[in-house]
Design a protein around this ligand. Structure first.
Ligand code: PEP
Ligand code: MG
Length: 587
């Protein structure tokens, strides 16, 4: 029986990246494969082993195919990881033990394989030898693939969208987001998450509309269903009616006209109506984003998130590999400045290829991440610092440490930096002897000790994404409390003011590189509070510049003074929104 025409359903989420998209959904569920557990009848046991062998063959074919593609597109170096994966499939101990376990217990082969492979993963991740420890990640990847094949589940990867699709996911980890096929992603919708999760930051940088916090939508929608994603109002509309499609078509046309106006005005200088020049920089994660830097005319790079070089790598990139990546960015930007942030791995950004480096933690955001990780793994930290130093002779580099919580950490990082400089001098390797070093201010303890940190910093950059989560005790990727993540909370505004004033008393410049900087509703407040530079996803430069050119700094200062005297986050937000709307004719 044909099902009746499906009726329209409107789902309210949280707006995370502006824009409108209409298309078919690709549902992406991120989870370990769920393994059923049952007894296999004696007469079916031979067939069960044959099923296992078939899955192994299928997995081998899939991995060989991916290896070929990666070799063709990225080169043989990048494809090496898949040799290690193929070796896992040859591992007689793993395969043999699985079959023995099956013969002894009679439980289904998925259960036996899952049990044995988990034991191997655990054992490898505890080995002292780094190379062997890294094999734990290979075994996990291959085991998931074998299980998917045994269970007849399709490969679920964001890198292989056959056609343009709206990605609907329960969650997108930073390593998954690095895989997103940019040409095919029409929009991103996630059950969980918040406006500052890394998948969303990426969607914003790609100008892909995004809505987060739609709860259980992945359970209600199937791959292939048609939806509208309204990234302005944070709405997803399932099975839109003709009239809705028509209405959204009109909205999209008006927004496009406005965008064109922004882009046309983007080659003008970022100067306010009362003649104050504002410095607008870009945040990047990958070398490929250089084109966007030129397209949107950034004055430099205010935040280069280097961890993306590591996230999906099978092994830690060498000093030379890192040097080449940093150098290509620095040389392309020269003489414009590039602020390279040292590794911010851990927390929500573990390195998937090296799970042993990031053991599971109950509180990853407050755990072993960023500078804390680097000061323990100094070999990894030093490779990176030397690579950054070497790149500094190709243009203007600034080095920035993430997650600095106090002066001791900063001093320790600088000691390691000095060691690296000495090593390069011994090697006769050139670098910028005057390289400036700064700290991200994203932990309340750093904000409260600006006067102390200032003694060892040439600049500060405020990471509002993290600063807000730590100040308000609101996990930045938890949708249940996303409504409490309020950039206009008086505690945030007062803290920003204290950081900026404290830095300026020491004549130290301050920028903001969190998502707040690229939001034209918040940019005037930040500038009014005295911030010297805003750094954002390149695609947001035109809207912020447009607003800068439509306002006076005197008005922005008055807005900041008013906001500082107010007590309600919602009212402060309304003031900022009003300021924005009064200056930008949206339609
Ligand atoms: C921040 O915390 O504001 C920031 C820019 O860093 P990230 O988003 O990479 O944590
Ligand atoms: Mg941060």
């Amino acid at each position: 029986m044909d099902s009746p025409a499906k009726s329209e359903v409107v789902v309210q989420g949280i707006s995370a990246s502006q824009g409108i998209a209409y298309g078919q959904v690709f549902v992406f569920i991120q989870s370990d494969v769920e393994v059923p557990n049952y007894q296999v009848d004696a007469e079916k046991r031979i067939a069960e082993v044959a099923r296992f062998e078939k899955a192994l063959v299928e997995t081998r074919q899939q991995i060989s195919k991916i290896k070929g593609e990666v070799e063709k597109n990225l080169g043989p170096e990048e494809a090496l990881i898949f040799d290690a994966h193929l070796l896992v499939l040859e591992d007689q101990a793993l395969i043999g033990e699985t079959i023995r376990e099956f013969e002894t217990t009679g439980r289904n082969i998925e259960t036996c394989f899952n049990q044995i492979s988990s034991r191997y993963i655990q054992a490898f991740s505890e080995i002292d030898d780094e190379y062997l420890r890294e094999r734990a990640g290979d075994i996990r990847d291959v085991a998931q693939r074998v299980l998917q094949n045994l269970l007849g589940q399709a490969e679920n990867s964001l890198s292989r969208l056959a056609e343009k699709r709206i990605i609907l996911a329960n969650d997108v980890s930073p390593s998954d987001s690095a895989h997103i096929d940019r040409a095919a992603a029409l929009a991103l919708v996630t059950d969980s998450g918040s406006r500052t999760s890394h998948a969303v930051i990426m969607a914003r940088s790609m100008k892909v509309p995004a809505v987060v916090g739609v709860r259980d939508l992945t359970k209600r929608v199937k791959t292939g269903d048609w939806v509208i994603v309204d990234g302005y109002d944070g709405v997803v509309i399932l099975n839109p009616a003709e009239s809705t499609l028509f209405r959204y078509g009109k909205i999209q046309e008006r927004k496009k006209t406005f965008e064109t106006r922004l882009l046309n005005a983007n080659n003008q200088p970022a100067i306010t109506l009362d003649g104050v020049a504002v410095s607008l920089m870009a945040n990047i994660e990958r070398v490929e984003e250089l084109a966007a830097i030129e397209e949107y005319q950034a004055e430099g790079i205010g935040l280069y998130r280097t961890e993306y070089l590591f996230l999906n790598a099978a092994r830690i990139p060498t000093e030379q590999e890192q040097f080449l990546a940093y150098k290509s960015v620095v040389a392309a930007l020269a003489p414009r400045p590039v602020t390279i942030r040292s590794l911010d791995l851990g927390g929500d950004k573990p390195m998937t290829g090296n799970p042993h480096l990031f053991p599971k933690e109950d509180n990853p955001f407050m755990g072993f991440r960023a500078i804390r990780f680097c000061l323990v793994h100094t070999d990894i930290f030093k490779d990176q610092l030397r690579a950054i130093l070497m790149a500094s002779s190709y243009g203007k580099v600034q080095l920035m440490y993430p997650m600095i919580s106090g002066a001791d950490e900063l001093a320790k990082a600088n000691v390691v930096l000095e060691e690296c400089k000495a090593e390069l001098r011994t090697r006769g390797q050139a670098f910028d002897e005057k390289l400036e070093v700064g700290a991200m201010i994203e932990i309340p303890s750093a904000a409260a000790t600006i006067d102390i940190l200032g003694k060892d910093c040439a600049f500060f950059s405020i990471g509002t994404n993290d600063l807000i989560q730590y100040l308000l005790a609101i996990d930045r990727v938890n949708d249940r409390i996303a409504h409490l993540y309020e950039p206009t909370h008086p505690a945030v505004i007062r803290t920003l003011k204290a950081i900026i004033d404290g830095a300026h008393r020491q004549k130290i410049p301050v920028s903001v590189c969190g998502e707040m900087a690229g939001d034209p509703v918040f940019a005037p407040l930040l500038l009014g509070l005295g911030v010297d530079c805003l750094s954002m996803s390149p695609a947001w430069l035109p809207s912020v510049k447009y607003l800068v050119r439509a306002m006076t700094m005197a008005d922005a200062k008055a807005l900041a003074t008013e906001a500082l005297a107010m007590s309600s986050p919602k009212e402060i937000f309304a003031k900022c929104d009003q300021f924005y709307r009064a200056r930008v004719e949206l339609e």
